[in-house]
Design a protein around this ligand. Sequence first.
Ligand SMILES: *Cc1c(COP(=O)(O)O)cnc(C)c1O
Length: 418
Amino acid sequence: MATFGQLGRNPDEILADLAAKRDGDIRWEDGRAFGAVYDGGPGVKEVAERAATLYLHENALNTRAFPSLAEIQRETVGWTADLLHGPETTAGFLTSGGTESILCAVKAARERAKAERGITTPEIVLAESAHAAFHKAGHLFGLTVRKAPVLDDWTADVDAMAELVGDNTALVVGSAPQYPQGVIDDIPAIAALASSVGASCHVDACMGGFVLPFAEMLGRDVQPWDFRVEGVTTISADIHKLGYAPKGVSVILHRTKELRRYQTFVFDGWLGGLYASPNLQGTRSGLPMAAAWAVMQYLGIDGYADLVRETLDNADAVRAGINAIDGIRVLGDPGYHLLALASDPKADNPVDVFALADALTERGWMMDRQGPPDSLHATVSNSNSGIVNEFLADLAAAVAEVGETTTDDRSTNYATLE
Ligand SMILES: *Cc1c(COP(=O)(O)O)cnc(C)c1O
């Protein structure tokens, strides 16, 4: 453990120490991680790093002092709104990530329900596949979460959700796609459910926001999920995932500026003057915003389409490869970049996938454990190009090696509690 010394140190030594600390981290630059970091390639990284250096110290708290950041936000949000087929009225903000975008959507839905329908005991209706961030939002902002099951195909059970929707419903949630199994919910049905009681409808496209629009351009058959679906009021899309920006940036979009107003906080009773802030942060780094702007400019629509083509080709190959190995299978039929690998109950020798995860880790591959049901999660991307065959060969070898061995470790940590 390094001590906080009385005397400062030499920058070269400090940087060498920092570099050495990374030795135990996953090797995402080799394409051996299925998630966490999405690598757009050397050109994307270079432009992001140069933009980050320019905006390392800038503060987006007060965009009057930094009008450039107001412009960067307006343009980045505008491009995202266009990709997601938002009408002219669409308005949004940049946030620090998917969780913050979701928190903002929930807060806006709560304020809207109170203002328009007098709801003082607001509820969120969602499926058990919806991201944990909605539960965090309910916890923080005092909304009760009502949770419905999923169907056999892992999409939200909309009939079960309908049973939970009522006079106190402030928000109904759908995912495009949901994280655990990677399938897209029936967004038109979910949005209609929200509209039937005058509630807001959020589509969580944190993972899909920068994939599905390009998948559609590439001719894939993408079911309706964006602002073209009537009744969708907010959408979250993470630029720091498949938008290829470095961490710390997501977009929250509202169908209109009037709806967006429910998100912002304005306080005029402080000795420091009128305080207005759009999302949860106060002081706010300009770095991720500028880097996101730069990456989007660098790639353009064609650049994203090329990366998405590669991502989807890799994902198709990984899914087919998994399903061809006896003992394991992909849950459901996710058509995009997310998948869950589980044991195949129909196989002669169903595999303990958590024991399989350990065997994969020994071979230098990183897949998150999740459940229920016990499964391994992968976010496949262009970063995995060139290693797909090696991965599938290692996977087959690991399945054979694990055989009927099981592990006592049933943990599914997705957490930092230190
Ligand atoms: C990643 C993710 C989130 C949360 O976003 P963070 O950037 O991790 O805060 C929410 N929903 C889905 C579907 C996600 O994949």
